[in-house]
Each structure stands twice: as C-alpha cells, then as structure tokens.
Ligand binder design. Structure first.
Ligand code: GLP
Length: 242
C-alpha cells in the first residue's frame, strides 16, 4: 500500500480529486468505482470545480457505486442514488446511462445483486475504485466477518454502522437494517484502489490498517494489503494513533 499523508480533510479531497482527474485523462473509457458517506463529499466538490474550469470531462466515464440501502428508493434523500446525483452527477457532463448503483427497492434483491455483478463484468474491470472506511474497518458495506470471496450481496448492517450513519436520518429507527454492497471479491478485482480517510474518529481503524494487524475478515479493510495497487490518502487526525 502506498500511504500519502496529508494535513487535513481539504488536502485529502484535493489530492484525491487530482488523482482521479489524472486517471480520467489517461484512460480511454474510464470505469470508476465510487463511494458515498461524508469522506468523499469534498472530493466530489473538487471534481465539480475542476469540471467547471474545463479541467475534466466525464463524457466517457462509467461509474459503479459500492452500495445502496435496501428499501430506499432513488428519490429518497437518504438513498445513495440521491446522494450521488446531488453531490456529483447532476453537476457534470456524465451520461446518466453510464451511472450504475444497486437498486435498493428491486423486487428480487438476489437477482439485483447478480445483475449488478454482470453489469460490472460487461465493462471488464473497474479501473479505479474509490473507498472510504467505516470505524469498524468496513469497506462498502462489507461488515466484519464478511467472507473475502463474497461478491455483490445483501448485508445486515452492524448496529455500530447504523448508529454512525444515523446522523443523516431523522432517527436511528429510520436507518435501514440492510443494504446491497459490492463484495470484497468484487472490490479486490479493481485494477487500482484509492482509499481516503480523514478525522480522529477513524484513528483507531487507521492504526489497525497500518500497524500490521493480520489480514483478517474481522477487519475487512485489512484485505487491501493483498492488493498490489492501493493508495491510501490519510490526514493527520486519522493518523494520530499510529
Ligand atoms: C458508509 C458507507 C461506506 C463508507 C463508510 C464511511 O456506511 N457505506 O461506503 O465508506 O461508511 O463513511 P463516512 O465517510 O461517512 O465516515
């Protein structure tokens, strides 16, 4: 893993945006894996800025998001679909047909998972997969204990994850109990992975990731050590316990 130490959230966001802009320019038909949560918000703002300055175009870009809550329709303000439209896609020149997110209200969730995998296979491989990391080391919504071989699947969310994400909802009871997520098997097939981490609340997780905790399903992000092209952009606060 290549570790890039940055000062703070803004520097992390700018670094990650420059990184993606460079890749988008280099690749013929870039396929990006995208993440949600608070961590990438600044990065998406930077990408919009760069688009408006004419420094990047998303015309040839295809995206696959990591995950979506089960039971939330794409028009629900708490769905990841809505988040992506609001925070990035509505502001850039991406072709909406090239945008892919799991459908959290699909009548047959298993089928939806299989079809999502097939859509990824159809374009080949994800060129750059952006990741955030949960406090328990989850990536996407792959909670501790998820087999590393698993592909896109339905997960039961950890209580700790529901609590952490309840800040976006009216109450904890409103946070869905399930989600669809790309599996770790899917994520690990990406050609390149960009993990961004910021803030003191992630310091324990960063220490576990960097201070040589064994690669174990108990700490999902540890699998990234087995991937040969991972860049971790991490700020000082998140590094405070290493
Ligand atoms: C969420 C998302 C993940 C995200 C992580 C961290 O639950 N499913 O994709 O990376 O948890 O979120 P945040 O960036 O808000 O800390």
């Amino acid at each position: 893993m290549k570790i890039v130490k940055v000062k703070d959230y803004d520097e992390m966001s700018r670094y990650a945006a420059d990184y993606l802009v460079k890749r988008i320019a280099e690749l013929d038909k870039p396929v990006l894996g995208l993440a949600t949560g608070s961590t990438p918000e600044g990065l998406y703002e930077e990408l919009i800025k760069k688009y408006k300055e004419g420094k990047v175009s998303f015309k040839n870009v295809t995206t696959f998001n990591l995950d979506e809550y089960v039971g939330l329709d794409k028009n629900d303000p708490n769905s990841y679909h809505f988040y992506m439209m609001e925070k990035l896609f509505n502001h850039v020149d991406i072709t909406k047909e090239n945008v892919n997110l799991p459908n959290g209200v699909a009548p047959d969730l298993q089928k939806e998972c299989q079809e999502y995998e097939q859509r990824i296979q159809k374009v080949g491989k994800i060129d750059v997969q952006l990741l955030g990391m949960g406090m328990n080391g989850h990536i996407g919504f792959n909670e501790p204990g998820t087999p590393f071989t698993q592909r896109t699947h339905v997960v039961e969310l950890d209580e700790s994850t529901r609590k952490a994400n309840s800040r976006f909802f009216a109450s904890l009871d409103d946070v869905p109990k399930q989600a669809i997520t790309m599996g770790i098997g899917t994520i690990m097939e990406s050609k390149e992975i960009l993990l961004i981490v910021s803030g003191e609340s992630k310091a324990d997780a960063v220490a576990r990731l960097l201070d040589k905790e064994e690669v174990s399903e108990d700490f999902p992000a540890s699998i990234l050590r087995n991937h040969d092209n991972v860049t971790v952009v991490v700020d000082e606060a998140a590094l405070s316990k290493t």
